[in-house]
Write a protein of this length. Structure first.
Length: 302
């Protein structure tokens, strides 16, 4: 048997086991679903874990209002096709309700504001576990985190107060008001995700594949797409390039990469030559400081 398939079988089995542990240990879990490749894989894994029954959790999306149209269309289409409950809460509503300051500057990202909406939706539905598609290879703060990551009653994460996870034993015991963030594909790499997508023939939004797009060429060489939220200036260098997206987030802080990858096989070949993670290559919000992601996670970010 193909060794790669053996390896993917092990990763799949671990993720399914974790999803079933969540269903068994928690009363009100949720699966955070954005229409991005990692959360799409989680939904695929949930189908394997729980079909022919319904999911034991709703799909939840914290929508910044700055999302790529392709991802939102995919999100809605898949939820309808699977006949699973989709809960969407909007950062724009949180900004109004809490009188928060919206994103500022040339690229006014709302990523930092997602935390408020996420914590509100957790409180609204009393979720005690939120499943997400974060992986350890994405960013060093995520590499520190356990698969069952406990958050206090304020949604905060303390990297020095994590529980041991020995022999795949996951402790979901929490006090009232606390919740757990769960990462079933934490041990996967970006290449693992794409190999799994290929093996399982998983459909993805077209934005992950090469297409032509008008972009702003930034001083550090990033290709930021032009859209209604980005403030273009006369001095901006606007180029039309063949690009794709390695990660799909707030489009005001997510850069495209030049690519000729039209198929999953093309992407896999491209990734084998890549020397930087998808977040490191494309996410402006992670470049604010060395500890940008960790600071956001301590405040309640996923």
């Amino acid at each position: 048997m193909n060794k790669q398939k053996d390896y993917l079988d092990e990763l799949e089995a671990e993720a399914i086991y974790i999803l079933r542990e969540v269903a068994g240990q928690f009363d009100r879990p949720a699966l955070l679903f954005s229409g991005g490749k990692d959360s799409i894989c989680l939904v695929h894994l949930a189908l394997k874990a729980f079909r022919p029954g319904k999911f034991p959790f709703p799909l939840v999306h914290v929508d910044t209002g700055h999302n790529f149209e392709e991802a939102i269309t995919y999100r809605d289409t898949l939820a309808k096709k699977l006949d699973e409950k989709l809960i969407v809460r909007y950062v724009a509503d949180t900004i109004k309700e809490k009188k928060l300051s919206d994103g500022k500057g040339k690229f006014p990202s709302r990523n930092g504001l997602q935390t408020y909406t996420l914590l509100d939706v957790i409180e609204e539905f009393e979720f005690d576990a939120c499943i997400g598609g974060a992986r350890r290879d994405e960013e060093k703060a995520r590499a520190k985190e356990r698969i069952f990551s406990v958050r206090d009653e304020f949604g905060q994460w303390d990297p020095k107060m994590q529980r041991p996870e020995l022999w795949n034993i996951y402790n979901g015991k929490i006090n009232k008001g606390e919740n757990v963030r769960v990462f079933p594909i934490s041990n996967w790499t970006e290449l693992d995700v794409w190999n799994y997508i290929k093996r399982e023939n998983i459909e993805l939004p077209s934005i992950y594949f090469t297409h032509e797009r008008e972009c702003i060429l930034t001083e550090n060489g990033q290709l930021m797409n032009t859209n209604e939220f980005v403030q273009t200036e006369e001095a901006d260098v606007i180029v039309t390039k063949k690009v794709r997206y390695r990660t799909v987030g707030d489009m005001t802080c997510t850069a495209a990469v030049e690519s000729e990858a039209y198929t999953v096989d093309d992407i896999i070949a491209e990734l084998k030559e890549a020397k930087i993670s998808e977040r490191g290559a494309t996410r402006m919000d992670d470049r604010v400081s060395e500890a940008a992601m960790e600071d956001r996670k301590k405040g309640g970010y996923f």
